[in-house]
Design a protein around this ligand. Structure first.
Ligand code: SF4
Length: 389
């Protein structure tokens, strides 16, 4: 097993995971020419000296460091006459800082890096949204080595086909996106654009509120989402996939060590929410904490009330039925309605509690509030504190 672990640029993270099969860390500066996969307000500030020292620490323990250059939208800057020169200069700067490889989503950037540095490994980011074998083949032909999947985690027909074609596949295990999320494209582009120089960064990405609201309306959707439990990694290993990515660049060292240790040990006893992202349920609460002036606003009050109970959501990992993930791996989830299938939704009733109470006692909110009114409030609100839980 190989773990590819998010870095928060704290050297203690490297030391405290030195006994784990972490092969690679990943991260980057919060703002850069192309942007990246996270809004800058949630990422740790890092200067070139800290970056260099951290990568040196990673190398000292025999691991690699990949820079995330995984924007899904370059803001049309790629059409500017000196874009290629400026981008390749950034690549040279990352390599000079000690970076061993890159995580990239936009094919143009993969092509540019591979032409300039054919020996440098490139992973195709989840932001490329690969869902078919043919798509993956295009990226490999451009020079990518590894295909990172997230949305397609439960598409075992695709995973098997990729392995048959000899692709190196990496599975992002601890994100909590909705199965077939309709808000994802907008969310990825929002983060990508917000992390480019001179762009504004909303206090919270609107698609996060939309996604979280879907979960508030029906928390059973959490279990039909894309996360993978530590206990279920063997289902991937049986088909030749043993590279697992643990995300959380905005998390504390203790949080990242806990998550990495759980996946390395293939087991987590307790509340799964401790090692999963749940940005769509955690970020709204932090947003409201950081914007007390919105307390009396009727639109945001409805939202705040709707999200409040899910701040105390728990997923009892001991209550999942035996064979949970094998059942999913045997289901064509890509072409099945979760409502019609009902499997994950029935498991949710066993494993989820809200405020310590069973799901049957949870009352979902009605709504959602008017987006037009909400968007202007998000843009003008102060940034939420970052998640260092
Ligand atoms: S289709 Fe069935 S098994 Fe697949 S995610 Fe939906 S509820 Fe779960």
């Amino acid at each position: 097993m190989e773990i590819v672990l998010a870095s928060n640029f704290d050297d203690a993270l490297v030391r405290e995971t030195s006994d784990l099969p972490v092969s690679t860390f990943f991260g980057n500066f919060p703002i850069g020419l192309t942007g990246g996969g996270r809004p800058p307000r949630i990422l740790p500030a890092v200067d070139p000296a800290r970056f260099r020292a951290h990568v040196a620490q990673v190398h000292a323990t025999g691991r690699r460091f990949y820079a995330t250059v995984n924007s899904s939208d370059l803001g049309l800057h790629e059409y500017e006459p000196d874009f290629e020169r400026r981008f390749l200069r950034s690549v040279d700067e990352w390599l000079d800082l000690g970076v061993d490889g890159f995580v990239i989503a936009v094919p143009l950037l993969i092509e540019l890096v591979h032409r300039a540095h054919p020996e440098v490994p490139i992973s195709v980011s989840t932001f490329a949204r690969i869902r078919t074998v043919t798509q993956a083949e295009y990226f490999v032909r451009l020079g990518a080595r590894t295909i990172v999947l997230e949305e397609a985690n439960r598409d075992f027909a695709l995973l098997r086909a990729l392995r048959r074609r000899g692709a190196e596949v990496e599975i992002l295990v601890n994100q909590t996106c909705l199965q077939g999320c309709p808000y994802r494209g907008h969310h990825l582009n929002t983060s990508s654009l917000a992390s480019q120089p001179g762009e504004s960064c909303p206090a919270i990405e609107y698609p996060i509120l939309q996604c979280g609201w879907e979960m508030a309306r029906d928390p059973r959707r959490i279990v039909s989402g894309i996360f993978v439990r530590p206990e279920d990694l063997a289902v991937y290993e049986e088909i030749g996939i043993d590279r697992f990515k643990v995300s959380g660049r905005n998390k504390s060292t203790a949080w990242l060590v806990r998550a990495a240790r759980a996946y390395a040990g293939r087991s987590y006893a307790g509340n799964l929410a401790d090692i999963l992202s749940f940005v769509q349920l955690r970020a709204p609460g932090r947003f409201f904490e950081g914007a007390p002036e919105l307390a009396a606003d009727p639109e945001t009050m409805a939202l705040r009330r709707g999200f409040a109970p899910l701040g105390d959501l728990a997923i009892d990992n001991s209550k999942f039925p035996a064979g949970f993930f094998r059942r999913i791996a045997a289901t064509d989830c890509e072409h099945t309605s979760c409502e019609e299938c009902g499997y994950c939704l029935s498991v949710a009733r066993k494993v989820l509690t809200v405020g310590g109470r069973p799901l049957e006692e949870y009352t979902p909110p009605v709504g959602p509030p008017n987006p037009a009114a909400l968007l202007s409030r998000i843009a003008s609100s102060p940034p939420a504190p970052s998640d260092r839980s």
